[in-house]
Design a protein around this ligand. Structure first.
Ligand SMILES: Nc1nc(=O)c2c([nH]1)NC[C@@H]1CN(c3ccc(C(=O)N[C@@H](CCC(=O)O)C(=O)O)cc3)C=[N+]21
Length: 305
């Protein structure tokens, strides 16, 4: 698959939206194959606790795209005041449900709930977010794991753009469990020379300027500037920040100052339309993978890391 691209002052804009649509089409093909071969329909359950409006939009998009790909989709909405035991009870039910192959508990959870406890209660084989400690350990040791969706989608875009990644200098900005750390593991597995930069990194601009590959996942609007970027580098912008735009209207921007960086970078993902749609496409891909593994079916190689 080749990402379609538009020109922006020099840099190629990587069309994550179009790439994600092709991944979803592949997922739909595989869903149909699994149905024809084994009479099984892959199922995804999304659990949302509370009423965060931004979260609701993602949950709606996920449910819509799950159904469009031919999969079984279930949504569980718990009140913001739901107890940890209620949530753990629901996870236990979903773990035991043979129609469900993937479980996603939308993060963040309300403050009174222990996130680690909840994530680690999900059956690792159904953990399509790849956040369970078993999957984290499997990925870190190079074993077959469920790979977190945003890093997986970012890796697919990088491979499509650059081909073989071995020997390249990669700098991941951000050390979160959901993006920075698993992204670094994947890049290491691709034989990149990996540096993780973060808020305490000294002279971050100099560190980033040595990178052939930059993955920005810090949650600081437009933090990465052109002066940080090696000419021709590939820049993956994971940030999705809502800020006040020119006319006081809210707009969505990434962690990269795209207009500035585009003058120097070789290729860059836009926000919106870059990594975000890939995250959802990879969630569907992971659900197909989980279903294949659960039933001993051949798993589509192009939908995993
Ligand atoms: N357990 C868990 N897993 C997640 O994967 C997870 C989560 N919790 N909590 C919330 C975040 C956020 N997230 C997004 C996914 C897709 C877009 C997306 O498709 N964004 C579009 C639209 C952006 C917009 O305009 O708002 C884009 O970037 O083009 C955004 C955000 C998944 N998350």
């Amino acid at each position: 698959m080749t990402a379609r691209s538009k020109e922006l002052t020099g840099a190629k804009l990587i069309d994550g939206k179009a790439f994600a649509a092709r991944i979803r089409a592949r997922v739909a093909e595989e869903v149909e194959r699994i149905r024809a071969e084994a009479g099984i329909v892959p199922g995804l359950a999304v659990v949302l606790v509370g009423e965060d409006p931004a979260s609701q939009i993602y949950v709606r998009n996920k449910a819509k795209q799950t159904v469009e790909s031919g999969m079984h989709s279930v949504e569980h909405r718990l009140d913001a005041s739901a107890t940890q035991d209620e949530l753990l009870g629901l996870i236990g039910t979903l773990n035991a449900d043979p129609a469900i192959h993937g479980i996603l508990v939308q993060l963040p959870l309300p403050g009174h709930i222990d996130e680690e406890r909840v994530i680690n209660a999900i059956a690792p084989a159904k953990d399509v977010d790849g956040f369970h400690i078993s999957n984290v350990g499997l990925l870190a040791t190079g074993q077959k794991a469920m790979v977190p969706c945003t890093p997986l989608g970012s890796l697919m875009l990088l491979r499509d753009e650059l081909g073989d990644l071995s020997g390249r200098n990669a700098v991941v900005i951000g050390r979160s469990n959901i993006v920075g750390k698993p992204m670094a593991q994947l890049l290491l597995r691709e034989s990149c020379t990996v540096t993780i930069a973060h808020s305490r990194t000294k002279d971050i601009e100099e560190v980033v300027s040595r990178a052939d590959i930059v993955v920005a996942a810090v949650g600081r609007p437009r933090m990465v500037k052109a002066s940080w970027i090696k000419p021709g580098a590939t820049v993956i912008d994971v940030g999705i920040n809502r800020i006040e735009g020119p006319e006081g209207k809210p707009i969505v921007v990434g962690d990269v100052d795209t207009d500035d960086v585009a003058a120097v970078a070789g290729a860059i993902t836009p926000v919106p339309g870059g990594v975000g749609p890939m995250t959802i496409a990879c969630l569907l891909a992971n659900t197909v993978t989980a279903c294949c593994r659960a039933h001993g079916l051949a798993e589509p190689r192009d939908l995993t890391a």
